[in-house]
Design a protein. Structure first.
Length: 134
């Protein structure tokens, strides 16, 4: 790399103009749902997955996520227990087979039931939310 290109790249970094792909955590214990969601979201996002509440807590402790797609029924507890570990600015979509309490309030931006919505519906909602936040 020549010095002009290196200088231009560093200038972009300093100016904060480097495009960063949104980072999403998908908390889900069903491999099929994880695979379909990942394919539906495509390459424009960085997706990390966690199959248990403990894995999700470890991921949240290590990284900042722009958005979390959260299943409630996990092998080691309720996915809703993760909400207290998330920064307030992290948006949350609950996507679960479990019926949800509408009183989750402003901590959850959307709730979708697996019997009524597909992974593609959730992927479309994620895209809309990420575009709206830019």
């Amino acid at each position: 790399m020549d010095s002009k290109r290196l200088h231009a790249a560093l200038s972009k970094i300093v100016a904060g103009k480097v495009e960063r792909r949104p980072r999403i955590l998908h908390v889900e214990d069903d491999e099929g749902v994880l695979a379909v969601m990942s394919a539906g979201l495509g390459p424009d996002v960085l997706i990390a997955s966690a199959k248990t509440l403990q894995e999700a807590r470890r991921a949240v402790a290590k990284h900042r996520f722009d958005l979390v797609i959260l299943d409630i029924a996990l092998p080691d507890g309720s996915g809703l227990d993760l909400l207290i570990d998330l920064p307030q600015e992290t948006r949350v979509i609950v996507f679960s087979a479990a019926e949800m309490d509408e009183k989750l309030g402003d901590r959850v931006q959307a709730m979708m039931t697996k019997t009524r919505a597909s992974e593609i519906d959730v992927a479309k909602l994620v895209r809309r939310m990420l575009v709206a936040s830019r």
